[in-house]
Design a protein around this ligand. Structure first.
Ligand code: PLP
Length: 463
């Protein structure tokens, strides 16, 4: 088995960092200027997590391509960490949004006719009958958890260890040895002690699930149907069914968050299954790259919410711009023209080719990595055995990528190398993940190019 050493990773990383800095003087300069007015030099702090010391500044993004301010062109496999799943500046979406804004208005605090089609389509795809439109998946999850607490009269949220559901206080924590902790240095001083709001369990552990629910203190179980934020972790056979059965047995609402797993296909990971959640959330891509999110409720929760007079529903839930006409037009067009059967079939076929290419690489070079795929999303990780839970994923990575959360942040050395190696050769991956998304206009040549860049890197790493 070839040994990848930390020393070799660091040697290549230093070389790639030097090249990145030398080839991106304009981005570097803009980043330094932005540092005078923006926290961490970026308008939103997630933008700071790209490897290389500073992020690329974008000149334009179109389809699955990005051009930076230094004139470099990239194949974009990050796609805004799913926000750009429809492809950047998708012509159908641009046209719909442009028409809406130019001739029909943006935000009037009144509904538009598009919402009739959107409501019917959401029910057809995701089965739940009642919907609200919000500005982000974080918004939708926050609304849902509050509603669940009031509906059940219970105080606690149950979530999977190492999960991420957006800027949602209840789930911004993780568990070590059964103790809940805030992510180091993040929000401790400004959010509640997680033990007051939250219980966590490991994904795929039915016994822990039942023990937590049996306390009858849990208002809502919030989960992705397959975990995506610590690599891809699929549910074991029967796990989703157990979630449904046990939440019903103990009077807990089941919230399925398909913000990332929608990449499984037009109906998401669960839409094509028997699983019927009580609450459903999807955001990011849903309005074609324009801000928007959808939140679905079952009959019982909707009937209960519907009994309240409207102002009781908007205090604490959503905001003035939620459900604005442009977001609704974007959702309609994204669902009707882009996130349809035909496009998904193409995207998934290409993602299968990508997955097979990386799997062959892992096998041919005897790497201690694994690769997994959900629909058009492909990710590899630096561990040989696919973890079954978030806890396993957090704490099992090859030494050459081991990252001390407290000292070093979220990106390990091998991870930083993969990202910079690819960026320097014209391919962008999602930061802090080895995640690649196939978009509507990605080609087979794009996929093969990405795999061959990885192979070039592996050859150098194992030389
Ligand atoms: C599963 C999941 N849900 C919700 C969110 C939050 O989305 P947003 O940041 O757009 O609010 C994320 C973000 O990564 C996510 O991964």
């Amino acid at each position: 088995m070839p040994v990848i050493t930390l020393a070799r990773v660091k040697e290549l990383l230093a070389r790639e960092e030097e090249r990145y800095a030398a080839e991106h003087p304009r981005s570097k300069d803009l980043f330094e200027q932005a540092g005078k007015n923006f926290l961490s030099g970026v308008p939103m702090s997630w933008m700071r997590i790209w490897s290389g010391g500073f992020p690329l500044f974008v000149d334009k993004a179109e389809g699955v391509s990005i051009t930076d301010v230094d004139g470099h062109h990239y194949l974009d496999l990050c796609l805004g960490d799913t926000g750009g799943l429809c492809g950047h500046a998708n012509p159908a979406i641009v046209e719909a949004i442009h028409e809406q804004m130019q001739t029909k208005g943006t935000t009037t605090l009144l509904p538009t006719e598009d919402c009739i089609w959107v409501g019917q389509e959401l029910e057809r795809r995701f089965k739940l009958p009642y919907w609200q439109i919000l500005m982000s998946a974080s918004d939708a999850n926050r609304f849902a958890l509050k509603a669940a607490r009031e509906y059940t009269g219970r105080r606690l949220t149950l979530a999977m260890n190492a999960t991420y559901h957006g800027s949602v206080d209840e789930t911004l924590c993780f568990m070590v040895g059964g103790t809940l902790m805030h992510y180091p240095g993040m929000l401790g001083p400004i959010t509640k002690d997680p033990s007051e709001t939250t219980r966590m369990i490991e994904f795929n552990d039915v016994t822990a699930l039942e023990e937590a629910l049996a306390t009858q203190e849990i208002a809502c179980l919030i989960t992705e149907p397959a975990m995506t934020n610590v690599g891809i972790i699929k549910p074991e056979p029967g796990y989703l069914e157990a979630m449904r059965e046990l939440t019903q047995k103990y009077g807990t609402l089941l919230l399925i968050d398909e913000t990332h797993t929608m990449c499984a296909g037009p109906r998401g990971f669960t839409g094509g299954t028997e699983l019927m959640p009580d609450i459903f959330v999807a955001g990011k891509f849903i309005a074609g790259g324009y801000p928007g999110a959808v939140l679905g409720f079952n009959e019982a929760v909707a009937a209960w919410l519907g009994k309240r007079i409207p102002w009781q529903n908007f205090f604490g839930f959503g905001g003035t711009l939620s459900g604005n006409a442009v977001a609704v037009a974007g959702i309609r067009t994204a669902l009707e023209k882009v996130l349809n059967e035909e496009n998904f079939a193409r995207m998934i076929k290409l993602a299968e080719i990508m997955e097979a290419g990386i799997a062959a690489l892992i096998q041919n070079y005897n790497l201690d990595w694994y690769v997994a795929r959900i629909g058009c999303r492909v990710e590899f990780r630096f561990t040989a055995n696919p973890p079954k839970s978030g806890g396993e994923a957090l704490f099992t990575e090859a030494d050459y990528n081991a990252v001390d959360l407290i000292e070093e942040g979220l990106t390990g050395p091998a991870e930083a190398l993969v990202h910079l190696y690819c960026a320097n050769r014209g391919v962008l991956l999602t930061p802090i993940h080895e995640m690649a998304l196939v978009g509507p206009t990605t080609t087979e040549a794009d996929v093969r190019r990405y795999v061959s860049i990885l192979e070039e890197m592996v050859r150098e790493l194992t030389a």
